[in-house]
Write a protein that binds this ligand. Sequence first.
Ligand code: CP3
Length: 356
Amino acid sequence: MAQHNFPPLKNDRFLRAARGEDVDKIPVWIMRQAGRYLPEFREFRTKHDFFTICQTPEYACEVTLQPIRRFELDASIIFSDILVIPQAMGLTVEMRPGVGPVLPEPLANPSDMSRLKRPDVEKDLGYVGKAITLTRHSLEGKVPLIGFTGAPWTLMGYMIQGGGSSTMAQARSWLYRYPEKSIELLQLITDIVIEYLVMQVKAGAQALQIFESHADYLNDELFKKYCFPFVKQISERVRAKLDELKIAKVPMIVFPRGATLNSLELLAKDHSYEVIGVDWNVDPVEARQRFGPDVTVQGNMDPCAMYANENEVFKRAKEIGEKFGKTRYIANLGHGILPDTPIVSVEAFIKGVHSV
Ligand code: CP3
């Protein structure tokens, strides 16, 4: 393994919880913690385009550190986007203000798959690795650094749909019209994701999160066929590759946003991931009952609960911590923090979690 000589880690609560070890306090981090609710991020964005920040290690590092400087968070997550993979596969991705990501030339039908290339991950996505290595050094061991990817079905959704959608109808119709081609596309993305995650660990990522943000479009049957096997393959093959390279394995988190409880249970009981992320529609007590004691759960306060007053946010954060309990739990929101969230709510959320 490349010798990085990273500074020793001072706060390992997040990693301990992921591995099921005891913690002094519940660890907490926030999805999209580097983002537009921070004035310093908005200021940075007036000067730099979104993907330029992702592609410039010094910029990505700076933005990753912004929330760590301000708050008592227990983990950092590298600033990037899940759509860097479709980009590396040759599709154009634009980030349009007020709209979100747009792929102007999505895959209209399976013959368009010939437009996709198999990227050279080290070369085409090497900038993410460089950002991770630089950030690991710049964090000075304060908290661990999480690397991430989009899961295959979520990326397939964007590649076919061309952007966000309330129905994902185009992408979902592929699953019925072209099941074999869908599996071929999912497998191609899976192979790239595996190389990409291994590269991130080589570069210094201390944990990995797989965002299956479009799991809400899959019923149990579709989840079993188009999500579960690929997500499972990712964890198994990443671990095998790290073993082969004699690199220590890192905890892996899967976040299938909006998945049914049956689907979540299937994943949890498979034990291919140390941590299952749950959105705010999942009841903490029921999740624990159905997942069993051997998996760490991450989540799940409603991002909109952050609009309540400070005292209320503190109280709710504490309550969620008590419901999940101090063992095998990582506090987070149930989805990404919203751009107009008050800063005082973030402080109250973290304090509430740490008070348990
Ligand atoms: O702080 C962090 O969590 C790390 C950075 C991060 C971003 N995107 C930065 C970002 C992470 C982990 C992501 C993941 C991501 N990107 C997901 C999975 C998580 C989820 O929300 O389900 C998804 C679906 C995407 C795709 C994406 N990128 C969307 C849908 C959007 C638009 C939504 C929005 O909030 O505008 C983005 C843009 C984006 N990615 C922003 C940030 C900070 C805001 C864009 C900007 O600054 O102009």
